[in-house]
Design a protein around this ligand. Structure first.
Ligand code: TXA
Ligand code: MG
Length: 357
């Protein structure tokens, strides 16, 4: 166990002395959690193989799942990538800094452990002053997976980081809650047409307008676990975002969903389970269970994305045995939300139809 230092820092105008403390730790090969606009990341010097290896150990992350490498300037991609396709240039110009990660063929300077032995690399420029200041002051690209234990929901606050990693990392920069709440969208530009490997903070519809041809990898919309061959992103095959409780997702038209959720809650309560319901503002009054939480309004998928991981963690703290969750529309940030919910449930998806009401 090490002592994890907590440094409270201003999210807009980060205090330089705190950034220096954190950057010195990174330069020495240490691990520092920091906020981005999406979720908190756990950072290490991406060019130091020992430091990146320590990232995997701290998170208990499988060694075959590479982290995203974060830069503070789009020009830094030239050092990390072999070539920058024209579609990438367009995307970087339009969406960086921001919640978009791009996959490139990697250059020789990137250590093998940083990319889990692949010949490609995931790069992004985050839109958060603390993250950007830390990368600049450290003087190196920063490898940073989400700062949670492998398999757990990603952290949207420093408190979540400490729940998982206190005593396992050197420091956390605490700048309050993150604004987007789901991770960046990952786009693979090493194939044509480019593919979204993970839906995230930059909606597919918006990306497509800029690059024209863009496809969704089958895992993005999967409603069941797919074979490993179909997954281009190594992280996709591991269980993710999972709360301790068993989770069920009920999808369909809202009134049918409400009826089905009520039916499931009743059957679990009858079995003496402690039952949680994850629902929306429009439906919350329809449920009685041990713990009922709303993600927000169904009309505000951005707000729902912001609350998702925090609520999944809260259910764990409440010690529920089962969570019955409503699905939301798969448009805008809703695609990222549903991808996380489906995975968190281990693809326990129930389709509600009006016949069952
Ligand atoms: O918003 C985010 O992306 C956050 C913040 C901290 O920036 N980071 C994050 O990192 O979510 P992580 O490591 O939890 O997720 C990285 C994803 C994984 O699904 C991983 O498999 C994929 O990116 N990935 C990384 N390198 C890849 C590569 N070379 N090819 C395909 N997928 C890759
Ligand atoms: Mg992660």
């Amino acid at each position: 166990m090490k002592r994890t230092v907590v440094l409270e820092i201003n999210s807009q105008k980060p205090e330089i002395e705190k950034i220096r403390i954190a950057a010195d730790l990174i330069k020495k090969g240490g691990l520092v959690a920091f906020p981005t606009e999406t979720v908190y990341g756990l950072g290490a010097d991406a060019l130091n193989p020992k430091a990146t290896l320590a990232l995997f150990t701290a998170k208990k992350r499988p060694l075959d799942n590479p982290p995203i490498v974060h830069v503070s300037d789009a020009d830094d991609v030239h050092k990390l990538a072999k070539t920058i396709p024209s579609a990438a240039k367009k995307l970087m110009k339009r969406f960086w800094p921001g919640p978009l990660t791009l996959i490139f063929h990697r250059s020789e300077i990137v250590p093998s452990v940083t990319v889990a032995g692949l010949d490609t690399i995931a790069v992004r420029m985050p839109k958060h002053n603390v993250a950007l200041a830390l990368i600049r002051e450290s003087g190196c690209p920063i490898a940073a997976p989400s700062a949670n234990l492998a398999g757990k929901p990603s952290p949207t606050s420093a408190k979540h980081v400490l729940e998982d990693l206190d005593g396992r990392i050197d420091a956390v920069l605490d700048a309050g809650s993150t604004s987007i709440g789901v991770e960046s969208t990952v786009v693979d530009l090493t194939i044509y047409p480019p593919q979204v490997l993970r839906p995230g903070g930059t909606p597919f519809e918006v990306l497509k307008k800029v690059v024209g041809r863009l496809e969704l990898n089958p895992v993005v919309t999967a409603e069941k676990a797919l074979s490993i061959e179909r997954m281009r992103s190594p992280g996709l095959k591991h269980r993710h975002y999972a709360p301790n409780a068993q989770m069920l997702i009920v999808e369909g038209e809202v009134s049918a969903v409400v009826s089905k959720v009520r039916e499931l809650v009743a059957s679990y309560l009858a079995k003496n389970c402690r039952v949680g319901v994850l629902c929306t503002n429009e439906t919350i009054d329809r449920y009685r269970a041990d713990v009922v939480k709303s993600l927000g309004s169904r009309r505000d998928l951005t707000g729902i994305a912001r609350n998702l991981f925090r609520l999944l963690r809260e259910f764990d703290l409440e010690g529920v045995d089962v969570i019955v969750a409503e699905g939301v529309p798969v448009e805008g940030l809703g695609l990222a939300v549903m991808n996380r919910l489906r995975k968190a449930s281990g693809y326990s998806i129930i389709k509600a139809t009006s016949e069952t009401t």
